[in-house]
Design a protein around this ligand. Sequence first.
Ligand code: G1P
Length: 297
Amino acid sequence: MPKVRKAVIPAAGLGTRFLPATKALAKEMLPIVDKPTIQFIVEEALKSGIEDILVVTGKSKRSIEDHFDSNFELEYNLKEKGKHDLLKLVDETTGIGLHFIRQSHPRGLGDAVLQAKAFVGNEPFVVMLGDDLMEDKTPLTKQLIEDYDKTHASTIAVMKVPHEEVSSYGVIAPQGRGLNGLYSVENFVEKPKPEEAPSDLAIIGRYLLTPEIFDILDKQAPGAGNEIQLTDAIDTLNKTQRVFAREFTGKRFDVGDKFGYMKTSIEYGLNHPQIKDNLKQYIIDLGKKLDKTHKEK
Ligand code: G1P
């Protein structure tokens, strides 16, 4: 059985939820404290044993390529000034096996993944969405790869979400739990209305897929939101070969909207060696102030 070595990171979305910040800047470059969100995704891939990564980009995404390239002027400057700690941070983002391809017309997630067909070839691979940062003892992508090593089947990460939020996600109709705690799945449905959703188990941005998905994506008609949906192609794949779902039990940070992004920034800030003490004190003081104004009202 082939080893899982390749990852695809779709990063062609327009980032409309963060306008005007994302007019000229890729949303994947928005930092959580001091690190762009896409760097967390790349780090998860590397920690999971991935060797080659394809980033599917679009307009206004040059900054992603620049971020993972060397910057001679900056490195020279830091070296001259003896700022070796900063130099180390800059070094961490270069020399990674990253490849880029542009999706000229954003036609949906399924279409973005289809751009990776030639890169992936006939191997199993993972898809990692940049809007979800995952934390667990074993990286989620590694958990999916370990599942694949046992089942040789596609596996999609899911997590329980509040019922009224299911319409923002792909949702599974679970059939039962078996081997290694994995769900068998009857159907995969993209963005169902809460009253029609088959469960509250939502797809959360990490997929391990077999290459047969590409032939399906090639023919996939537009679905929800008139976009080519990866979920629809997975549903078709599940009719011809088993597709499992793994329920993620770690912590998920949704950086795809403003409130999620703020919460993530605060939580990561509270763990950041340089600012955690000051930030904690600031939040305590702010809490007291808000509490006081709340009582006065
Ligand atoms: C995409 C997928 C959806 C999945 C979600 C996870 O939706 O289409 O199935 O549940 O990511 O974040 P999007 O958030 O791009 O609308």
